[in-house]
Design a protein around this ligand. Structure first.
Ligand code: NCD
Ligand code: ZN
Length: 362
């Protein structure tokens, strides 16, 4: 036997083909409403025990009453036997008051509030136009320990789309962190190496979610062989060195990073359109993609912390009981999910992925 064969043998002896972890949570999910909710919820509920539910419906979820009603609709749409728990959020608007924020938090209706700079992304037109003007709301949130979840992109149309995250961090996020030292902040869907550093530098009260798609595509992927609308999301994927920094961050074992898939389904006709909606439907393949990344980076032993521990600890909610098993078993991913008379294209749909989701034990 040659030396290289001996190495191969040793490597395959060490190879892990199956991992069982505590059930994970998804801290950034767009479930939508109506027929779309019915169609996409089973995928998230199959993979995750709980989800932080984004409030960017039309109209947005800005009141305690609307959040409680939306929660009921999600519970009613769960597949038979599912124990999936939706954790609701409040959509911050210029008119949000500290009292409404505190009421929903104390009543246990919402766990966090989402800050969309007005115009930054899908259904953000009712978002915040003047972040410093919302200081009384942030002060109250700091006082009661309620996190603000931030879509971190500058909205000035003159700013290059690939620089919008970086510009937001400098112009808006760092001043906000400084002005409100007690405020807990999640920087959602981190896409740059610089934002990774900012999260780390504020890790005592800041965290970052990272999506599966930003770990496997870069900005060139969006133009591979032609324009690929189903890979267009906001924040848009950046250069390769940023993707590599995100892979390092998630597999670092640092507790300030955790799952937020930003699964954001849009109907095929809204994606394959003259003006394509932003959003990638990653909910059906999220764990398969994440675990593949950890495997490729030789960090499977750190997967459970990222998937099932760090986020819950940041939010101050109990860790899930029960387990989910992920197996190295190839499976072909369905291309699309039917909704009404159209469909939603699945991220990595039609591909064969090396890992599969195995049994869940509640
Ligand atoms: C999200 C959506 O479609 O609601 N789109 C996206 O590109 N990620 C909104 C968001 O999270 O930006
Ligand atoms: Zn989102």
């Amino acid at each position: 036997m040659s030396v290289s064969q001996l190495f191969d043998q040793a490597a395959s002896a060490r190879r892990v083909d199956k991992i069982t972890i505590r059930r994970p949570d998804d801290f950034h999910v767009h479930l939508r409403d109506g027929a779309m909710l019915q169609a996409v919820l089973p995928f998230t509920a199959n993979q995750f025990a709980r989800g932080i539910i984004m409030p960017n419906l039309v109209p947005p979820v800005t009141t305690v009453e609307a959040a409680a009603a939306y929660r009921e609709r999600i519970l009613a749409a769960r597949p038979e036997g599912s124990d999936f728990e939706p954790l609701m959020t409040c959509y911050l608007a210029d008119t949000t008051t500290p009292d409404e924020i505190e009421k929903g938090f104390r009543d246990g209706v919402w766990k966090a509030a989402k800050l969309y700079p007005a115009g930054a992304t899908t259904n953000s037109h009712f978002g915040v136009t003047d972040i410093p003007a919302l200081a009384p709301v942030f002060e109250r949130m700091a006082k009661i320990g309620m996190p603000v979840l931030i879509h971190g992109e500058a909205t000035d149309p003159a700013v290059d789309i690939f620089d919008r995250e970086a510009v937001f961090m400098e112009q808006s996020l760092l001043p906000l962190l400084k002005r409100h030292p007690g405020l807990k902040v999640v920087i959602e869907h981190v896409t740059t190496a610089e934002t990774v550093d900012i999260v780390r530098a504020h890790a005592s009260r800041a965290a970052g979610t990272i999506t599966p798609h930003h770990l496997v595509i870069n900005r060139t992927s969006i133009f591979q062989g032609g324009l690929r609308p189903h890979l267009y999301c906001l924040p848009v994927a950046k250069r390769e060195h940023h993707r590599l920094a995100l892979r390092k961050a998630v597999t670092s074992g640092d507790s300030c990073f955790f799952i937020g898939t930003d699964t954001a389904p849009h109907r095929r006709n809204a994606k394959e359109a003259e003006c394509c909606s932003a959003g990638v439907f990653g909910g059906a393949t999220a764990l398969q993609t994440y675990v593949q990344v950890f495997d490729e980076e030789g960090a499977l032993d750190r997967f459970e912390a990222f998937a099932s521990v760090n986020g819950a600890q940041f939010y101050g909610i109990p860790l899930n009981r029960g387990t989910i098993t992920l197996e190295r078993r190839e499976s072909r991913i369905m291309a699309a999910v039917a909704v009404d008379d159209t469909e939603v294209v699945v991220f990595q749909g039609g591909e064969t992925l090396p890992w599969s989701v195995g049994p869940v034990v509640a």
